[in-house]
Design a protein around this ligand. Structure first.
Ligand code: ADP
Ligand code: MG
Length: 380
């Protein structure tokens, strides 16, 4: 089914534009996604991180075709996630995307062996028994689990079960694997093995991988980490590895604020606190950056034009781009090209006084165990 979403993120494999998901619980509305934008290119392996309740699972449920957003646009490959028929939805879940959930028990059928579990989605997609057996063994091999192909889930460790789960997710050669806290129930060494298996799904088998987690440490495991806060993407960390002049490879992490299509961005809480930026700020366009000032800071008179600095929080259509006649007196706050180096060394670590999200629960009801089963046969 061809997508009818606008050209936003035309080349991207996944494009979410102003995605909104509101849950109505009795008379209370919970805005789980509040205008989220997200672009993921084919072949990327990214992490989406955020505190509990920030909307991560809601986003994955939408992207995996299990839930329909309230408003906005969402596209994966050529599939418009807001306008799929039931039949399209089933095809999409069976062969375009694959899933790995946090609870190992939700990914695998307990009475089947690892190999039979991997063959199951292929049977539902109509492939023949010999082809199923061959591909199942290839995938288990790629996940380092070929030697345990005949074990049932209870005869495997948690990390092994997750590696088999990744093989199940890959069974029908999906374009994208979505993993919701896949290492949440594992210790960190086992979690690293599972990440390694996801990386192999990405690099060796060509699947685009989107991992959701509350564990900020994953940014060292992926090329790009997107932070989600109160249902919107707020910052991105890009990891680059470069060879230095001394021939040694070095990895750097650069933090960016996400600028949405309407021009909104979120200033990090520690930047706002440091300069007591609140309610409204004064903006000044300079030749290569934008200055952001506390609105109580006196305006420095300019030679030309007269000082009528814009004050609105939303970027107004002010007359731009005359390089200042004199350098500004105030040290400008540049859009963060580098992380503000918080004490913990974790660029996402919230400052001590960071406001907590209003909703702290992790109340997403478990979706169907086996998303590739037709409706009515879900074992949830
Ligand atoms: P995360 O996965 O980041 O912990 P969720 O996407 O599960 O966050 O939840 C985001 C917000 O939406 C939370 O406030 C949560 O309580 C609420 N929420 C999630 N699912 C439901 C639901 N089915 N009904 C009502 N509220 C929900
Ligand atoms: Mg969640």
């Amino acid at each position: 089914m061809a997508a009818t979403v606008d050209a936003f993120g035309g080349d991207a494999l996944i494009a979410c534009d102003n995605l909104v998901r509101i849950y109505q619980v009795e008379n209370i509305e919970v805005q789980a996604l509040q205008g989220l934008d997200l672009l993921v290119d084919k072949g990327e392996m990214i992490a989406i991180v955020g505190q509990s309740g920030s909307g991560k699972s809601t986003l994955l449920n939408v992207l995996s075709g299990l839930d329909v957003p309230t408003a906005g646009a969402a596209r994966v490959a050529d599939w418009d996630l807001l306008r799929m028929s039931h039949a399209d939805r089933l095809t999409y879940r069976r062969s375009v995307v694959g899933f790995v959930w946090q609870q190992t028990a939700r990914n695998l059928l307990p009475y089947l062996s690892a190999k039979e579990n991997v063959m199951m989605p292929m049977a539902f997609a109509g492939s023949g028994p010999r082809m199923r057996a061959r591909r199942a063994m290839e995938l288990l091999e790629a996940m380092g689990m070929a030697g345990k192909a005949h074990r049932r889930p209870h005869q495997m460790s948690g990390g092994e079960q997750q590696r088999v789960s990744i093989a199940v997710a890959l069974a029908n050669s999906p374009q994208v694997i979505f993993a919701d806290e896949p290492t949440g129930e594992l210790d960190s060494a086992t979690g690293d093995d599972v990440f390694e298996a996801l990386r192999s799904a990405n690099q060796d088998l060509g699947a685009t991988v989107v991992v959701v987690t509350h564990d900020h440490a994953v940014s060292s495991q992926v090329q790009r980490t997107i932070a989600i806060r109160d249902g919107r993407t707020s910052t991105e960390v890009v990891r680059r590895t470069k060879m230095g002049e001394d021939g040694i490879m070095r990895t750097s992490h650069e933090e960016y604020a996400v600028l949405d299509r309407a021009g909104r961005l979120q200033l990090p809480a520690d930047y706002r606190d440091a300069l007591q930026l609140r309610d409204r700020v004064r903006l000044e366009l300079e030749s290569d950056h934008i200055g952001v000032w506390n609105d109580k800071t006196p305006v420095t008179p300019r030679v030309e034009p007269p000082a009528s600095a814009p004050v609105a929080a939303h970027t107004p259509a002010h007359t731009p781009a005359q390089a200042p006649a004199q350098p500004p007196v105030h040290t400008p706050v540049q859009t963060p090209a580098q992380p503000p180096a918080p004490a913990s060394g974790d660029p996402y670590a919230p400052p001590a006084a960071a406001p907590q999200p209003r909703h702290q629960t992790d109340a997403t009801p478990p979706p169907a165990h086996m998303p590739w089963l037709p409706p009515g046969e879900h074992n949830d």
